[in-house]
Write a protein that binds this ligand. Structure first.
Ligand code: ATP
Ligand code: MG
Length: 553
C-alpha cells in the first residue's frame, strides 16, 4: 500500500483529490463485517484496503460490526473476527463499533423521514411487494399505503417496534420512486419486523433496520469519509446517497466500490463456508483447508504473507478471479525467508551404521536458517541408528547417479549436516518389504569435503533413531478439484476434492521439534513448510505448502 513505485489506485486518487480540495480533512475508513461467519481471504483484502488507507493517510479505520440481522449472527463470530483482524496486525481507532449501538438513532431518523413525508408503513405482504416492484424493464406500481398520513405511520412504527404487530405484516419503506430505473430506489424497505432477541440488545427491538438504511447512517455517525465496499453494492449507491441527502446527518460520507477478491479452487462466501462446516465436510471454520483467516493461520500461513498478497492485488473497479498459485507464491516467499530449517522423516526407514558404535553418540550444531543469524541454532543428535526417508533409498542399483541422487546399495550419500554414508546391505521382512538398511559412515566427513575417490550421489535428510520425536504430519491439497467450484450455484459441494487431506502417522522429527509451538514456521528440508497444529495435544504438523513454486509470472 505504501510502495512508492506502485501506481496509485482509483480510491487513492479520490482521497488525494478530497484532501487537496479540502472536502475531507482526515481520512476515516471502516471495515464492517456482519458477524454471521468467520472472515475469509476476501475479507483480508478489504481489511488491507481499509486499514491500509487509514495508515497511509495517517487517518483512522473503524472496526464495526454490522449486526443488524440477529437471525444469523453470533457472539462466537464477533470474537473470531476481532482475533483475526488483530492477528493480521491491524489496530482500529477507538472502541469497536456496533451497528446495534445506533439503533436508537436510526429509529429516530426513520421517524424523521416519516414526518418529512419520505417514508411510510406499508402493509403489502412480501409476494405483493415483489409484484408491485416491477422488473428491470417495467416500472413498479405505488403501494396503496404510500400516501397514508404520517401520524398513522408513526404510530404503526411504534407498534411494530414494541412487538404488537406480527412478523411479515408490515414494513417501513422509504418513499422514493417506484418508476426509477434502479430497482433499489423503488421504495426500499427500511425496517422489517423480526421478533427475535439480538445478541447485544436482547429483547428490546422487534424490528431491525435493513442494510441500506443502516449502513450509510452508521458511516455518518462515525464520521467515515470514504466508505469502501465491493462492487455488488454499486447499484445501492444512489440509495446510500438518498439517505445522506435526506437526513440531518452529522457528516456526509461517500461510498466507493472495488472488485471482490475471488480465488480459484476455493469459495469465498460465508454462506458456503458455513455449509462446509455445518455439514461436516471440514473440521470447522479453522480447518487448515479453509480459505478463512483462522484456517490459514492454523495451516501455517503468516499474517505478513496474507498482507503482501492482498497488497499485490489491484484495487480496481472490476471483479476478477485470482489464481491460487499467486497466493501460494507469497506464502512460500515469506516462509522461505522466515521459517527455521528442520529435518523430519515422513516415511522412516531404519539405517544401522555398523562402523559407528552403539554406545557412541555426537551432537552437531547446525544453523536454524542459511542466512538468518537471528534464528536459533539446532542441536542434532547422531548415533548408531538413524532414519532416512523410504523414498531416498532404491533397490535398483542400475539407476544412474543423475536420475537418482539418493541412496543405493554400494554407493554413497551425504547426510545433511553430518557424515557421508554408504549402503552396504538391506533386510526385508516376510512380505518382502525393506525393514532396515545396513550401512556405514565415512569417517571424518562432517563439515568436510568428501575424500578422494568418494562421490556422494546427493544430500538427504535424516534423524537419529534413538533421539527423535514421533509425530504425525497432515498434508493438504486444494479443497476443490475444480477451478470455479461455485460457477454453477447449486453444486459446489460436488466439486469437493475427496483427497484434500492425507494423514501420515509415525513420522520421525528432529528432537527440537518436540517443543514446537503453533505459529512457529519450519521448513522441513526437502519436504515443505510446516507448522505445529494448534488443535492437537500430540505432536502434529500441518503442511502449509510444498517447496516448489510452479507459478510462472
Ligand atoms: P460473504 O459474501 O462472504 O458473506 P459479505 O460481503 O456478506 O461476504 P461482510 O461481513 O458483509 O461479508 O463483509 C465485510 C466487508 O468485507 C464488506 O465491506 C465486504 O464488501 C468485504 N468483502 C467481503 N467479501 C469480500 C471479497 N471477496 N473481496 C473483497 N472484499 C470483500
Ligand atoms: Mg454482507
Amino acid at each position: 500500500m505504501t510502495d512508492p513505485d506502485k501506481p496509485i489506485n482509483f480510491i487513492q486518487q479520490v482521497i488525494n483529490h478530497d484532501l487537496e480540495s479540502g472536502l475531507v480533512d482526515r481520512v476515516i475508513t471502516r471495515f464492517p463485517p456482519e458477524p454471521n461467519g468467520y472472515l475469509h481471504i476476501g475479507h483480508a483484502k478489504s481489511i488491507c484496503v481499509n486499514f491500509g488507507l487509514a495508515e497511509q493517510y495517517a487517518g483512522g479505520c473503524n472496526l464495526r460490526f454490522d449486526d443488524t440481522n440477529p437471525e444469523k449472527e453470533d457472539e462466537e463470530y464477533v470474537n473470531a473476527i476481532i482475533d483475526d483482524v488483530r492477528w493480521l496486525g491491524f489496530q482500529w481507532q477507538g472502541d469497536i463499533c456496533y451497528a446495534s449501538d445506533y439503533f436508537d438513532q436510526l429509529y429516530s431518523w426513520a421517524k424523521y423521514l416519516i414526518t418529512q413525508g419520505k417514508a411510510y408503513i406499508c402493509e403489502l405482504n412480501s409476494e405483493d411487494m415483489r409484484a408491485f416492484r416491477g422488473t428491470l424493464t417495467e416500472p413498479g406500481k405505488n403501494s396503496p399505503f404510500r400516501e397514508r398520513p404520517a401520524l398513522e405511520s408513526l404510530n404503526l412504527l411504534e407498534e411494530m417496534k414494541t412487538g404488537q404487530i406480527d412478523e411479515g405484516r408490515m414494513t417501513l419503506r422509504a418513499k422514493i420512486d417506484m418508476a426509477s430505473p434502479n430497482i433499489n430506489m423503488r421504495d426500499p424497505v427500511m425496517y422489517r419486523i423480526k421478533k427475535m432477541a439480538h445478541q447485544r440488545t436482547g429483547e428490546l427491538w422487534n424490528i431491525y433496520p435493513s442494510y441500506d438504511f443502516a449502513h450509510g447512517q452508521e458511516d455518518a455517525i462515525e464520521g467515515v469519509s470514504h466508505s469502501i465496499c465491493t462492487l455488488e453494492f454499486a447499484a445501492n449507491r444512489p440509495l446510500y446517497e438518498w439517505f445522506v441527502d435526506n437526513l440531518p446527518l452529522p457528516s456526509q460520507p461517500r461510498q466507493y466500490e472495488f472488485g471482490r477478491l475471488n480465488l480459484n479452487y476455493t469459495v469465498t462466501s460465508k454462506r458456503k463456508l458455513k455449509q462446509l462446516v455445518d455439514e461436516s465436510y471440514v473440521e470447522g471454520w479453522d480447518d487448515p483447508r479453509m480459505p478463512t483467516i483462522s484456517g490459514l493461520r492454523r495451516r501455517g500461513v503468516s499474517p505478513q504473507a496474507i498482507r503482501s498478497f492482498c497488497d499485490s492485488l489491484a484495487v480496481a473497479k472490476t471483479d476478477g478471479v485470482v489464481d491460487m498459485a499467486q497466493f501460494e507464491h507469497f506464502i512460500r516467499d515469506d516462509l522461505n525467508t522466515n521459517a527455521s530449517r528442520a529435518m523430519c522423516v515422513i516415511n522412516p526407514l531404519l539405517v544401522t551404521l555398523t562402523n559407528y558404535g552403539a554406545d557412541k553418540s555426537e551432537r552437531f550444531v547446525v544453523a536454524g536458517h542459511p542466512n538468518r543469524d537471528d534464528l536459533a541454532d539446532r542441536n542434532l543428535p547422531f548415533g548408531h541408528q538413524i532414519y532416512i526417508d523410504r523414498n531416498d533409498f532404491s533397490e535398483d542399483i542400475s539407476l544412474s547417479r543423475k536420475k537418482f541422487k539418493r541412496l543405493v546399495i554400494g554407493d554413497y550419500v551425504r547426510l545433511r549436516s553430518a557424515y557421508i554414508i554408504r549402503a552396504d546391505d538391506l533386510i526385508k521382512d516376510d512380505s518382502g518389504e525393506i525393514t532396515e538398511i545396513i550401512g556405514s559412515i565415512v569417517d571424518d566427513t562432517v563439515g568436510k569435503d568428501a575424500p578422494e575417490g568418494i562421490r556422494p550421489r546427493g544430500v538427504i535428510h535424516w534423524v537419529s533413531a534413538t533421539d527423535c520425536a514421533d509425530c504425525t504430519v497432515k498434508i493438504y491439497d486444494r479443497l476443490f478439484n475444480k477451478a470455479a467450484p461455485d460457477a454453477d450455484e447449486e453444486s459446489f459441494l460436488e466439486h469437493i476434492n475427496p483427497n484434500s487431506l492425507t494423514l501420515i502417522e509415525g513420522c520421525k522429527a528432529e528432537l527440537g521439534l518436540a517443543n514446537a509451538s503453533a505459529g512457529d514456521h519450519y521448513q522441513f528440508e526437502r519436504e515443505g513448510y510446516f507448522t505445529r497444529d494448534s488443535k492437537s495435544d500430540s505432536l502434529v504438523f500441518n503442511c502449509t505448502i510444498g517447496l516448489r513454486d510452479n507459478w510462472k509470472i
